[in-house]
Design a protein around this ligand. Structure first.
Ligand code: ADP
Length: 242
């Protein structure tokens, strides 16, 4: 079942074409990797697909909802961890998750919060305000806030960043289990080694255009690593992608 379809998305910022007719399709159960150099347009596409930014032209449906016509409904359905955002400085992790849960009108909210604080081993930091947490702890709170309503589709922008190897592994295991149970992940990441292991399908963008796309197995069947495919697709090694 198709859970995401972006068709010919264009986004212009004051004369700069950040996305140039990008089309992407993601099916339920996919662990979809979205790769590209800095400035390629990854965050811009994620913002469009999650109802935070209007495209200049093109259309996108996420879980059957038109993201341009109904951005609030999309936000309700999905979970998202944006790259640069942190939880509010003067709330504790517990308070932030409580706030997110109230906005999402979740039942059994206290139990859900306890579950995620325990999952990320943050119970002892319950009373610490986010400003006084390490970057990794804030990242864990952001991840918990995306997972707490058990969405069918997760958008993750650099989810492994700031996490130590132990929690990179914990998160990897969790995401694999989530996808195994029918969830879908759309992930932008520069950590190609982890991504190669996790993702079954991918697209690589460069300068706002899709330069490679397909299943991981198909694209790497010649024996290349994802890193080599990436370098070649963005023109760092000889030979071009799509
Ligand atoms: P990535 O996430 O792949 O690093 P971005 O989507 O953040 O890339 O950016 C794509 C391009 O669009 C870059 O050239 C960036 O400078 C530009 N851009 C992104 N957001 C804005 C904005 N709000 N205003 C102007 N330019 C922007």
């Amino acid at each position: 079942m198709r859970v995401l379809q972006a068709s010919d998305i264009v986004k212009d910022f004051n004369g700069l074409r950040a996305l140039d007719k990008v089309s992407i399709a993601v099916d339920q159960g996919d662990f979809f990797g979205f790769f590209g150099p800095n400035g390629a347009g990854k965050s811009t596409l994620i913002r469009i697909l999650t109802g935070q930014l209007e495209p200049t032209s093109g259309s996108a449906e996420v879980l059957g909802v038109d993201v341009v016509k109904n951005p609030l409904k999309v936000k309700e359905l999905i979970g998202i961890v944006p790259e640069v955002e942190s939880p509010p400085s003067y709330l504790t992790g517990y308070e932030y998750l409580y706030f997110v849960g109230k906005v999402r009108k979740l039942d059994n909210l206290e139990d859900r919060i306890e579950k995620w604080l325990s999952f990320f081993d943050l119970e002892s930091k319950k009373g610490t305000i986010c400003k006084d947490m390490s970057k990794g702890m804030r990242q864990k709170i952001m991840l918990a806030s995306a997972f707490i309503h058990e969405p069918k589709l997760l958008f993750l922008d650099e989810p492994f960043i700031n996490l130590d190897p132990i929690y990179q592994r914990t998160l990897r295991d969790y995401l694999e289990e989530y996808v195994g149970k029918g969830g879908t992940v759309f992930m932008a990441s520069h950590i190609l080694e982890i991504s190669e292991r996790l993702c079954n399908r991918l697209a690589i963008v460069n300068l706002g255009k899709v330069v490679a796309r397909g299943s991981m197995d198909e694209l790497l069947k010649g024996g290349e690593s994802l890193e080599q495919l990436f370098m070649r697709s963005v023109g760092v090694l000889p030979g071009k992608g799509e």
